[in-house]
Design a protein around this ligand. Structure first.
Ligand SMILES: Nc1nc2c(ncn2[C@@H]2O[C@H](COP(=O)(O)OP(=O)(O)OP(=O)(O)O)[C@@H](O)[C@H]2O)c(=O)[nH]1
Ligand SMILES: [Mg+2]
Length: 317
């Protein structure tokens, strides 16, 4: 299956929710002389239902009306595509480039990392360990050498889970004993990566609640310890968010960001929810780039986030 079809399939629940409320988008023509306020109300409701957030849904609808007025076009899907993309692509420069006909193709270039060590964090069960495996596959298949550090020493079997992925993908895994200090495992991983000249190390951590003080302190210690092993690292700290948790995920993200400073966010399980619109408030409110999205459980169900592609996959028939 092509990546676009995979993405489409992954977003099918959210798409169905929008189409169900507003009618099949492609079939809707806006006739300026007609009063379409009921349709727009339904659409706004559908967007809010998909967790886009009231404020952003209202902005999107205003943009849709404006776009239809100024362009004279009548295709609702076109207008909604533009309005949603603007929300997800706050970088005006990229938007401008696109308007001028330059469409950067995210598939052709690998999503660049700032450095060599990526620390992966998040609450319990959001998909951290699985996402590390997917990232390993992503970078390895693009020619990078990869290593994992099993920094979740809290949950028995967490190290084994990452070990199985490592074996399957041919990626070395630095392990620590169950119950040992996660910072020590991270230190060993960062040291081993440097010694072996490996391109990128992903450090797994135990799931933790953002409001548990001690666990957040532990995370700061893991970060400091990696810095001791390799002064420029971790150059990336990525928070994994489960799309299903919706607005609560945003609160988590703000707390994690305060504690350790995020450089990226990954949203998982978009395939399991009709609330895929949550990416709008994530992009608008966090000020941290959305790097990848997870749309399934297998190793290649991870894609670099691209606003235009996301919206196309979401709204296309
Ligand atoms: N459908 C779907 N399932 C996913 C996705 N990402 C992860 N999962 C599933 O979510 C479950 C939890 O994944 P883990 O990777 O173990 O989550 P974790 O954050 O490491 O969990 P803890 O270490 O216990 O905090 C597993 O069953 C994964 O297969 C995704 O994008 N889509
Ligand atoms: Mg885990």
């Amino acid at each position: 299956m092509s990546w676009l079809n995979r993405l489409k399939e992954g977003l099918s629940k959210t798409r169905a929710a929008i189409n169900q409320a507003a009618g099949p988008l492609g079939a809707i023509e806006i006739i300026p002389e007609r009063n379409d306020s009921a349709l727009f109300e339904d659409l706004e409701f559908a967007l809010i239902g998909a967790d886009v957030g009231g404020q952003y849904a209202a902005e999107i609808l205003a943009d849709v009306r404006e776009y239809m007025k100024t362009s004279g076009k009548r295709d609702l899907r076109d207008a909604l595509t533009s309005a949603l993309t603007v929300q997800l692509e706050p970088d005006a420069f990229r938007a401008k480039l696109r308007q001028a006909g330059f469409t950067p193709d995210a598939r052709k270039s690998t999503l660049e990392l700032k450095g060599k060590v990526v620390l992966m964090i998040g609450v319990n069960g959001v998909g951290k360990t699985t996402t590390i495996a997917k990232l390993g596959q992503y970078y390895q298949s693009r020619g990078k050498s990869v290593m994992f550090a099993a920094g979740d020493t809290f949950r028995a079997a967490a190290g084994a889970q990452l070990g199985v992925w490592g074996e399957r993908l041919g990626i070395p895994v630095v392990q620590g004993a169950d119950g040992s200090d996660p910072a020590a495992v991270a230190f060993d991983g960062a040291t081993a990566r440097k010694a072996r000249g490996i391109d990128v190390l992903f450090v797994d951590t135990a799931g933790r609640l953002h409001n548990k003080h001690n666990l957040m302190e532990e995370l700061k210690k893991v970060k400091r310890t990696i810095q001791k092993a390799d002064p420029n690292e971790p150059s990336e700290i990525w928070l994994v968010l489960d799309a299903v948790t919706g607005q609560n995920g945003l609160e988590q993200a703000k707390k994690f960001h305060e504690a350790v400073g995020l450089t990226g966010v990954i949203v998982t399980k978009l395939d399991g929810t009709a609330k895929g619109g949550i990416v709008v408030p994530i992009v608008r409110e966090l000020g941290v780039p959305l790097k990848f999205i997870g749309v399934g459980e297998s190793a290649d169900d991870l894609q670099p986030f691209d606003a235009r592609e996301f919206v196309t996959a979401l709204l296309e028939a």
